[in-house]
Design a protein around this ligand. Sequence first.
Ligand code: FES
Ligand code: FES
Length: 161
Amino acid sequence: MADVDIVVRVNGQARRAKVPPRLTLADFLREKCRLTGTHLGCEHGVCGACSVVVDGEAVRSCLVFAVQADGAEVTTVEGLAGPEGELSVVQEAFREHHGLQCGFCTPGFVVSVTAFLEENPKPTDEEILEALSGNLCRCTGYQGIIKAVRAAADKAAAGEA
Ligand code: FES
Ligand code: FES
């Protein structure tokens, strides 16, 4: 099949490319956009390491073809920090509450949690656990991650974000 011209807005910047129809969004971001913060773990929708936000919704970019994102607005982990590199509330909370060890899973968690808190700014503890259930971490035992999400939500609710 012939390559397809696409334009995807990634972190506010239009990215044009001619891509094979079966190129995944994850590979498009990593290889064509050089945004390697989006990690690939399982490559079949289980681990959440490849999570990015597409038109406001967290998706697993290993399960989406780049052509499906034609015309969409995509935010990767690289797009979450402020213009001077200031950490976002969620990133800062992960740092402060030891929500990471090796860091492999971290971009996926940070992206998913950011989308989750935008949709549900005042989550219960149960909702946080449910929201985290789609991302896997082999290192932390999750306690630091859970604390980080609680702290980020509380900070946002207190108007400090
Ligand atoms: S790499 Fe996409 S869900 Fe694991
Ligand atoms: S910090 Fe290592 S996999 Fe999560």
